[in-house]
Design a protein around this ligand. Structure first.
Ligand SMILES: C[S@@+](CC[C@H](N)C(=O)[O-])C[C@H]1O[C@@H](n2cnc3c(N)ncnc32)[C@H](O)[C@@H]1O
Length: 225
């Protein structure tokens, strides 16, 4: 990982801790995007390219949209929304941080992507059970551990019958204590999706890359019955 990204991660933890003192689990995201003032090096997760672990799965499965609908949850600067759009999906993408959405719109140029500022826990009712593909990248892991089931339930609710859900997250063993933000997700926690009628169709553990912390990434794919 670059020094800049390491500094950005430390700063994100400081800002998150400040908001946590007021029991605010979400406000720090927009504060961080605002503070970055257009410099993505100050956002730990923002690489201005599609998530590389998701891209491996998409390339291997020759993912194509063919006009199907996709929802990107907590889309940040929109790199994955842009990727799915360019694969032929009709993309809706949302984030709780207005500054991220404004920035994502700029980076998306003239692509037709339906961006919204929205809270995962108060979504547009029309999104429920509405999408062929729902993608979640690193949105479960920075939210408080005690909200984990609630976060996963809210994400699951967007998938259409026979639709697919793709999760990309830092992973940890079931018996490992998550130490610091972002708190990796365990396989046991992910099994929550199976209680919503999802069947896991793919699971891979990918090593963190050379520039990154050596924390494994889980890519988990589910089909809704
Ligand atoms: C770690 S970032 C990942 C962003 C993006 N998925 C990526 O990989 O670049 C988590 C994102 O989730 C968003 N987020 C956090 N809580 C949210 C909520 N309740 N509703 C919608 N978005 C949320 C944050 O604003 C942030 O952009």
């Amino acid at each position: 990982m670059s020094d800049n990204k390491e500094k950005a991660r430390e700063r994100a933890r400081e800002v998150a801790a400040r908001f946590a003192e007021d029991d605010d689990a979400f406000g720090w995201f927009d504060a961080l995007y605002k503070e970055a003032a257009g410099n993505n090096e100050m956002i730990p997760w923002a690489d201005l390219e599609p998530n590389k672990y998701f891209k491996v799965w998409a390339d291997d499965t020759e993912l194509k949209g063919d006009g199907k609908t996709a929802l990107v949850v907590g889309c940040g600067l929109g790199d994955d929304a842009i990727f799915l759009h360019d694969l032929g999906f009709k993309v809706t993408a949302f984030d709780i941080a207005p500054t991220a959405i404004e920035w994502a719109k700029k980076l998306s140029g003239d692509r037709t992507i339906d961006y919204s500022v929205a809270d995962l826990f108060k979504p547009d009712p029309q999104w429920l059970g509405a999408f062929d593909l729902v993608l979640e990248v690193y949105t479960i892991q920075p939210l408080p551990l005690e909200m984990r089931n609630e976060v996963m339930d809210a994400i699951a609710a967007f998938v259409k019958d026979n639709g697919e859900l793709v999760i990309v997250t830092r992973g940890r063993e079931d018996d490992e204590e998550p130490l610091e933000l972002p708190w990796p997700v365990s396989r046991k926690e992910l099994s929550r999706f199976e209680t919503h009628g999802f069947k896991q169709t793919f699971f891979d553990v990918m090593p963190g890359s050379v520039e990154d912390l050596p924390i494994p990434r889980f890519v988990a794919v589910y089909k809704k019955a």
